[in-house]
Ligand binder design. Structure first.
Ligand code: 13P
Ligand code: SF4
Length: 319
């Protein structure tokens, strides 16, 4: 604990010295989330992270999350220096959608409006008409559908089919998935619900359809936290990365949060739903990147100039 206190103090000092701000996601280590809040940074979902990074005057952003979050920050603010505790922190959705294969898929369907999830590389975003996050994807696809547009969607098949069902839009889906959310199990969740009949079920839309079908609320991480805070219930079953529980408990003290069952946690494993790449962010590597100003995210300017259009469309729509 002494070591932790010293590391936190060192990070706070370095953030000041370097005139840097910390932008963290709800899935990273609780200490990093707290540090972000205590130092005037932010902890939030992907949409708010993008907006915060764009609007904050600091010349250096430190993004505690996964690579696509750092890249989005850099694309929106190419003049800022964007650092990440570990540049190898990626995402199974990003890995499962290589830019060349994706470009061929788009080329084969030129009649479709290309909508990609934020969890993609800069090159994939550069090929898209729109980038969306989980908090606003449904509204944007509904808007495009109302204009009679046919959609090509990538990469998350679960989020895509959820949006397709909700909007009735014509959507051609890339078949990617998140390795964390893909593990939530519908049958086991139904059994757990029977044990806690008064519990409300909060589900991230990267989860499989039979899990989403049991949800009281489907939404982004920020939307799930808001639901935990605002819904008139004492107990919640939560189907997303368990890093979110730290903030949920702080936002809704006195309420009870139970992790939704995954293939592994129904018996013994208590922390299966945790993203291995989010877990690569820690106090030590955060302190080191601030000390040495290393691990800078680079996006080729030509790619950034193209990708920024799809991101800005979303931010303008959200405004
Ligand atoms: P949110 O935008 O809902 O925070 O989701 C990001 C993510 O990676 C979920 O797995
Ligand atoms: Fe990607 Fe899933 Fe990790 Fe989110 S939780 S960053 S979607 S692998």
């Amino acid at each position: 604990p002494d070591e932790k206190i010293a590391l936190k103090a060192r990070i706070k000092r370095l953030l000041k010295e370097r005139e840097a701000v910390l932008v963290a996601h709800y899935y990273v280590d609780a200490d990093l989330q707290d540090l972000a809040e205590e130092t005037g940074g932010c902890v939030s979902d992907s949409l708010e992270m993008a907006r915060f990074g764009r609007d904050h005057p600091a010349k250096t952003l430190v993004v505690a999350g996964v690579r696509f979050m750092g890249e989005t920050a850099k694309i929106l603010s190419p003049e800022k220096r964007v650092l990440m505790p570990d540049l190898d922190a990626t995402c199974s959705l990003d890995l499962g959608c290589p830019a060349d294969e994706f470009a061929a898929f788009c080329d084969a369907h030129p009649d479709r409006t290309v909508v990609v999830y934020a969890n993609t590389s800069a090159a994939v975003k550069a090929r898209a008409d729109w980038m969306v996050t989980s908090s606003i994807g449904l509204d944007i696809v509904a808007h495009l559908h109302a204009q009679g547009k046919k959609i090509l969607w990538a990469p998350d098949k679960h989020l895509g089919s959820y949006i397709q069902k909700q909007t009735g839009a014509d959507m051609l889906l890339w078949q990617g998935s998140c390795l964390v959310h893909d593990e939530f199990k519908g049958i086991e969740l139904d059994l757990l619900k029977a044990e806690y009949p008064d519990a409300k079920v909060l589900v991230h839309p990267e989860s499989p359809a039979n899990v989403v079908a049991l949800a009281d609320v489907v939404g982004s991480t920020s939307q799930m936290i808001a639901a935990a805070q605002n819904m008139d219930a004492d107990t919640f079953i939560v189907a997303t990365d368990n890093g979110i529980l730290h903030k949920m408990r702080a936002a809704a003290p006195g309420k009870r949060f139970i992790e939704a069952p995954t293939a592994g946690n129904s018996a013994t494993c208590k922390s299966c739903a945790h993203c291995p790449w989010m877990a690569m962010n820690g106090l030590l590597n955060l302190a080191e990147v601030l000390e040495n100003m290393t691990n800078e995210i680079q996006v080729a300017p030509a790619v950034g100039l193209q990708a920024v259009k799809s991101i800005k469309r979303m931010l303008d729509f959200a405004a």
